[in-house]
Design a protein around this ligand. Structure first.
Ligand code: PLZ
Length: 432
């Protein structure tokens, strides 16, 4: 009944803006667990999870059932018009699961970008200040404000300006490329710039991904996040953790901040929260979240009941299967095998990540390493490697400011056998 990928591609070219490309040329038909099947019957090992979304796997039974049941009851009323229980229940879960035992409140939205925009709105309103501090390599979305917060020009910002103001960018802790500065020293370098160029008393928020996603799976040196958080609280600014990619068990804890016991004032969540349905949230200190006047936050679809039903089923699945532990186990399978590959192939400059958020950064070993900037990025090898994996049925994603990072984000339900099959394909692709 379904037409093949080639036919679909022709219809797509005639109907879909070329501004929205796809990485694969195959069109998907169905999925289960860590496997996708395309319309031509080809099967794929999914090491991308739709960019860190389907952590519970494709067609997870509890989520399928929860969505079906909710659609039969009602699909939408708008929480601002006629409220329903599941919105409240998701907020309760967010308040309980995010770091810190303080009194919290949450608000729900649709996309990651929308959550980040609202976190900035809330921080500005609550502090009465305007400046937002962000980092090199950061990714926070594609809307006007979040484009301004995002670091990379191509493809995200090019000719889409003018951008929102009062956004200040400072260096990130990036051990491979900052000469191995300690976390504390890297934070000091960035905060000195903020104090000189922005003024501590003007800063509403310091916004950071605890492990950067699109920017290259950059894991800051230990001590960096705690130093930023301590500076924010000493200076009356809010520390906002963008846990959209790192959250919901991906890095081996419910949230990546927990690894260093950092307690953010505000946390943004999306992606893994609802097993593939669009939902996002902002969670934070009760006095900050409740500083907003009634009606100041909202939207037609935010916290849609079908997405909330999926989120509650996702959270239940994560608890029951202990997917945080599963993420740690996945990391303990992936990292040693990637390190073996790195020992054989000098094109791999670094293996890094945490839990089931793991990447290799590809470099050109024939170009001398610069003392300040590290090894030369190798985007061409990264693209070729991804293509070779795709040609053999392994779905992997790339990322990084220099496009030279290959990232692995398998569903947290992926079994060891599938992980090893995926790694075999990656190993063969590297050899090729
Ligand atoms: N914050 C940390 O990772 C989304 C974007 C893919 P949305 N990352 C994938 C692309 O090319 O558009 C992301 C993120 C972090 C915010 C976002 C934005 O989330 O749901 O895509 O708006």
């Amino acid at each position: 009944m379904v037409s093949g990928s080639e036919e679909l591609h022709q219809r797509r070219v005639a109907a879909v803006s070329r501004g929205v490309p796809s990485m694969l040329s195959s069109y998907m038909d169905r999925g289960t667990g860590a496997t996708l099947t395309d319309v031509d019957g080809g099967t794929w090992i999914d090491f991308g999870s739709g960019i860190a979304v389907t952590s519970v796997g494709h067609a997870s039974p509890r989520i399928v059932e929860a969505v079906r049941a909710q659609v039969e009851r009602f699909a939408h009323t708008c929480f601002m018009v006629a409220p329903y229980e599941s919105y409240v229940a998701v907020c309760e879960q967010l308040n309980e699961l995010t770091p810190g035992t303080h009194d919290k409140r949450s608000a729900l939205f649709n996309s990651g970008a929308e959550a980040v925009e609202n976190a900035v709105k809330i921080a500005r309103h609550a502090t009465g200040r305007a400046a937002v501090v962000v980092f090199d390599h950061a990714y926070h979305g594609r809307t006007n404000l979040t484009m301004a917060l995002t670091a990379k020009n191509m493809p995200y910002k090019h000719r889409f300006g003018p951008f929102a103001g009062e956004v200040y960018r400072v260096p990130m802790s990036y051990p491979l490329r900052d000469g191995g500065l300690s976390g504390e020293a890297a934070a000091q370098r960035s905060l000195d710039l903020v104090e000189k160029q922005v003024g501590a008393e003007n800063v509403a928020a310091v916004l950071v991904e605890p492990i950067q996603g699109e920017g290259g799976f950059v894991v800051p040196a230990p001590g960096f996040l705690p130093a930023l958080s301590a500076w924010a609280s000493a200076n009356g600014a809010l520390f906002i953790a963008d846990e959209i990619q790192t959250g919901f068990c991906r890095t081996g804890d419910w949230f990546a901040c927990e690894h260093e016991s950092v307690v953010p004032d505000l946390v943004t969540t999306a992606k893994g929260i609802a097993g593939g349905l669009p939902l996002s949230g902002v969670t934070g200190r009760a006095e900050v979240m409740d500083a907003i006047h009634p009606g100041g936050l909202g939207g037609t679809y935010g916290g849609n009941p079908v997405a909330c039903a999926a989120a509650l089923a996702t959270i239940e699945t994560m608890r029951e299967l202990d997917l945080a532990a599963a993420a740690r186990r996945i990391g303990s399978v992936l990292v040693p095998r990637l390190e073996e590959l790195a020992a054989k192939h000098p094109v791999i400059g670094e293996v890094r990540g945490r839990g089931a958020m793991v990447a290799i950064e590809l470099v050109d070993p024939s170009i001398p390493r610069s003392p300040a900037g590290g090894p030369a990025p190798n985007a061409a090898a990264t693209q070729a490697l991804a293509r070779e994996c795709h040609a053999h049925g392994l779905l992997v994603l790339t990322c990084g400011t220099h496009g030279n990072v290959l990232r692995l984000l398998p569903p947290l339900v992926t079994d060891d056998e599938t992980l090893h099959r995926g790694l075999d394909i990656l190993g063969d692709a590297l050899a090729t």
